[in-house]
Design a protein around this ligand. Structure first.
Ligand SMILES: Cc1ncc(COP(=O)(O)O)c(C=O)c1O
Length: 428
């Protein structure tokens, strides 16, 4: 069979880029497939270099909430470009975007812009340690907060454990101050504070975990966490890099009415460009340099082009509050997918909020990363491969959520469901 251009480019890339990719999940390793090389993205579609068009449910991992390359954002970016690519100096757009974020989140009074979610989470941890004068941090297993050393960890065996590095190259001593516990486990949460409150600077989490599919907090879990944090002078950090402006205008914290001390945003706020932010109460944020003693800096931070894309994106989303049509579309998709599972006797657990959804090939509801072992990995792989062969582009990993955009219409969801019907029939 003739080799496709994607395969050719992938082979070429592997010679000059480790694994042929700039970020590991793009290599399609966990689905044992070869990735298409994308040359164009517009609206709900992406196209590969072999001329195949895909209906996209990845949306650049959640950045493309208005669909790919919306004309209004292109115009804002073009306008920004004509005034220069980067100033290495402050510009009015930064306060405008910060103002939009502050208006959307009751817990946020100040915003510091950076280039990636990794950078924002790393800085949040340093800030929490600097502000509280305590060294330990805690995170939940399966929650992803970028790849900085103290957060790139996995749990040991047991409920509450000292973390172990999740990558070669992270010295054990770097993660000695990181504790891990299972999400939604009240017992482990109580134990955390009983044993470590005095030295615990912060607890960081995804309030809806979207890096292990889609896992909601159990009723009362976040409330209990908030109360323990407040009582023990431990900062509560919500990583809303995925959920921010995606599950609602604002984030999970708005819907649940819980105010964390710090919030991490990324993805949507850059409108498809590299931009993220560390946000929170003024008193804490003012511990950052130049006001305070916690150092952080960045050559391209607050880049005017990314900021212009972010402003246009948030202003457009503000008109869609409270995301009713986005939510009913993801509900339509997930409910029908669940029904198709029943039709073919394949148990599929589904959930969604706003423009974010998740599905698991599992017999029971998944409430933590540990339970992902109940998922049928082989079935997921086949579902993924058959779907992409029929032009439906899903995240190539069991651990990732699904994303829709304002460009996804009912007819697109119907098209996807027709494909899923055929695929599930075939693999059942
Ligand atoms: C919840 C969460 N936090 C942090 C990050 C890291 O962001 P970035 O990839 O921009 O470094 C991600 C990336 O997917 C994420 O999903």
């Amino acid at each position: 069979m003739e080799m496709g251009k994607s395969t050719m480019f992938f082979n070429q890339a592997k010679k000059v880029i480790p694994g042929g990719v700039s970020s590991p999940v793009r290599a399609f390793g966990s689905v044992e497939d070869s990735p298409p090389f994308i040359v164009k993205a517009k609206g709900p579609y992406v196209w590969d270099c072999d001329g195949n068009q895909y209906l996209d449910f990845v949306g650049s991992w959640g950045t493309a909430i208005l669909g790919h390359a919306p004309d209004s954002v292109i115009a804002a970016v073009q306008n920004a470009c004509t005034n220069g690519f980067s100033f290495g100096a402050s510009h009015p757009g930064e306060s405008e975007l910060a103002g939009l974020i502050i208006a959307a989140f009751p817990s946020i009074e100040k915003v510091r812009f950076v280039n990636s979610g990794t950078e924002a989470c790393m800085t949040a941890i340093r800030l929490a340690r600097g502000y509280t004068g305590k060294d330990k941090i805690a995170k939940f297993t399966g929650h992803y907060h970028g790849h900085s050393d103290s957060l790139l960890v996995k749990g040991g065996s047991g409920l509450l454990t000292h973390a172990v590095p999740d990558s070669v190259g992270v010295p054990k001593s770097f993660v000695e101050q990181t504790l891990t516990l299972p999400f939604n486990n009240f017992e482990a949460l109580e134990e955390l504070f009983k044993k470590h409150a005095k030295s615990l600077s912060a607890v960081i989490l995804e309030p809806i975990a979207a890096n292990c599919g889609f896992v909601r907090p159990k009723e009362g879990f976040l409330e209990r966490l908030k109360s323990l944090c407040s009582k023990n002078d431990t900062l509560l950090i919500f990583d809303e890099v995925i959920t921010g402006f995606r599950v609602a205008y604002g984030g999970v914290q708005n819907s649940l009415n819980i105010k964390p001390d710090l919030t991490i945003l990324g993805k949507v706020i850059g409108g498809g460009f590299p931009l993220a932010a560390l946000c929170g109460k003024a008193e804490i944020m003012d511990y950052l340099a130049p006001n305070g003693p916690v150092y952080q800096a960045g050559t391209l931070s607050g880049n005017p082009i990314a900021v212009a894309a972010g402003i246009k994106t948030l202003k457009t989303l503000a008109e869609m509050k409270p995301y009713k049509s986005l939510h009913s579309l993801t509900q339509f998709l997930t409910k029908e997918l669940h029904a198709l599972g029943n039709k073919y006797n394949i148990p599929i657990q589904v959930d969604c909020e706003g423009a974010l959804f998740g599905y698991f090939f599992a017999p029971e509801k998944i409430t933590s990363y540990e339970q992902l072992t109940f998922c049928d990995k082989k079935l997921f792989q086949r579902f993924f491969s058959e779907s992409i062969n029929q032009s439906i582009y899903l995240a190539p990993s069991l651990y990732e959520a699904g994303f829709i955009s304002t460009c996804h219409l009912e007819e697109h969801i119907e098209k996807a469901l027709q494909v899923f019907d055929k695929v599930l029939k075939k693999i059942s």
